[in-house]
Design a protein around this ligand. Structure first.
Ligand code: EPU
Length: 351
C-alpha cells in the first residue's frame, strides 16, 4: 500500500449516507476523491475479497440490512464546459457532484437541456445508473458519454450513449452492477433552448406563473415548485423518491383492468405497450398515507415510501412487500422496486 491508497474505515456507519435515514452499517468504507485512487483500490484486501458497492448521495437505495462489504463513497468533484459551438455545448460533470446544483450550474452557463430534471436528489454518478427521468425528459435524451472505471479491465473506459443501453429507469450499470464505477458524465446541451413542455402539469404550472414564453430557468423553477408540492423532501422526511417503477403492460392487460376501472390513467408507449401509474394502483389499494409505526406511504404521493423517524430498513422493505402483494392480488401486476435494495446477507435486489 502507498500514501495514495484511499483510507479504509471499518466498520462504517451508513446512517447519514442514505436518504431514507435508516440505520445501517457497512463492513468497511472509503472515499474516492481523486482519479488515481481507482488505481490503488486493488491493493486493499477489503476490495479484493468481498462485495463492493459505490455510493453517491444514497438517495436511491434502501438498506434493509447491513452491507457486508466495502462501500466506496464517490467524492470526485468538478464541472467543465468542454466544447461549444453556436448550437451545442458538451459539459462534463464529475460523479461526486450534487445533481441539482449541477443542473443549476448548467443553466447559469446559459445551457439548456437539464431543466426538467431539476431537484432530483442525489449525485451526478447515480444519474446514469437508473437513467433519471422526470417531466417528459430522461438523462438518456441528453447524455453523450459516461466515463467509467472498468473493474474487469482495471482501467478507464468511455461508454457512449448506446453502450449504456438505457431503458426506463434502467441501464447497463443497473444490469451489471459489479462491473463499472461511474467516474463522470458528459452531456450535450443546447445553446438555443428547445423546451420540452409535453408534461401537462408542467405547462399548467408555467401558465399559473403567468409565463407564456418561458426560459429554461423558468421551466426549472416550475419543476421545483411541482416537486416541492408533490414529493416529500428527503431532508425533512426520509424517502428515496418513487419506490416502484411504473409497470408497462400489454394493451390486452391494460384493457382488462380498464374494463373494471375506466378512470385508470394509461400512457401509450412507442412500441404499443401501455405504461400504468404505480401511484394510482397503490392508491386504489388504500395505501396512500398508510402508516405502520414509522414506516409509511407518503400522503402526498402514493409512490413514495417514507420513514417518519426511526423506521428500520427491514420494516420499510416489509411494507413494500405488502404493497406489492396487494397490487398483485387485485390487478395481477408485479411492481418492481425502483431503488437498489440491500437485503440482509448481501442479496441485492436490483430490478
Ligand atoms: N397518481 C395517483 N396518486 C398519487 C400520485 C399520482 O393516482 O398519489 C396518478 C395520477 O393519475 C397522475 C399519475 O399517477 O396523473 C402520474 O403521477 P406523477 O405525474 O406524479 O408521476 P409518476 O408516474 O407517479 C414519475 C416518476 C417520478 C417523476 C414523475 C414526474 C417513476 C417511477 N416516477 O412518477 O420520478 O418525478 O414521473 O415526471 O417513473 C423518481 O423516480 O424518484 C421520481 C420521483
Amino acid at each position: 500500500m502507498t500514501a495514495d491508497t484511499p483510507k479504509v474505515v471499518s466498520p462504517a456507519s451508513l446512517d447519514q449516507a442514505n436518504s431514507f435515514g435508516v440505520s445501517a452499517q457497512a463492513a468497511a468504507a472509503l472515499q474516492v476523491s481523486r482519479r488515481d485512487h481507482f488505481y490503488h483500490l486493488h491493493e486493499l484486501p477489503e476490495y479484493r475479497s468481498g462485495p463492493v458497492m459505490m455510493l453517491g448521495g444514497g438517495s436511491n437505495i434502501l438498506f434493509a440490512g447491513d452491507y457486508p462489504g466495502l462501500v466506496i463513497f464517490n467524492r470526485l468533484a468538478g464541472r467543465q464546459v468542454l466544447d461549444a459551438t453556436d448550437k451545442h455545448a458538451y459539459v462534463r460533470l464529475q460523479a461526486g457532484e450534487n445533481w441539482h446544483e449541477s443542473v443549476l450550474w448548467t443553466l447559469q452557463q446559459g445551457l439548456a437541456g437539464l431543466e426538467n430534471l431539476s431537484l432530483i436528489p442525489g449525485a451526478v454518478g447515480a444519474a446514469p445508473i437508473q437513467n433519471v427521468g422526470a417531466y417528459g425528459v430522461e438523462l438518456a435524451d441528453v447524455l453523450d458519454q459516461v466515463e467509467v472505471w472498468d473493474r474487469q479491465r482495471q482501467d478507464w473506459r468511455m461508454l457512449n450513449n448506446k453502450a449504456c443501453a438505457f431503458g426506463y429507469r434502467d441501464s447497463i450499470f443497473k444490469r451489471d452492477p459489479e462491473r463499472y464505477f461511474v467516474v463522470n458524465i458528459t452531456v450535450k446541451l443546447r445553446v438555443k433552448p428547445k423546451l420540452n413542455l409535453r408534461y401537462h402539469g408542467l405547462r399548467d404550472e408555467l401558465n399559473a406563473m403567468g409565463l407564456s414564453n418561458p426560459t429554461p430557468l423558468d421551466v426549472s423553477r416550475a419543476v421545483c415548485t411541482i416537486r416541492r408540492r408533490k414529493l416529500p423532501d428527503p431532508a425533512r422526511i426520509g424517502n428515496a423518491g418513487s419506490f416502484f417503477k411504473n409497470p408497462v403492460v400489454s394493451p390486452e392487460q391494460a384493457a382488462r383492468i380498464g374494463a373494471d376501472y375506466p378512470q385508470m390513467p394509461c400512457f401509450g408507449q412507442a412500441d404499443g405497450a401501455i405504461k400504468l401509474s404505480a401511484a394510482w394502483l397503490i392508491e386504489q389499494c388504500g395505501w396512500k398515507g398508510y402508516r405502520d409505526g414509522d414506516a409509511g406511504v407518503s400522503e402526498r404521493h402514493a409512490l413514495v415510501l417514507v420513514n417518519h423517524g426511526c423506521a428500520s430498513g427491514a420494516s420499510l422493505w416489509d411494507l413494500a412487500q405488502r404493497i406489492r402483494s396487494s397490487i398483485h392480488e387485485r390487478f395481477d401486476i408485479r411492481l418492481q422496486p425502483e431503488p437498489v435494495v440491500i437485503l440482509p446477507a448481501a442479496k441485492t435486489d436490483t430490478p
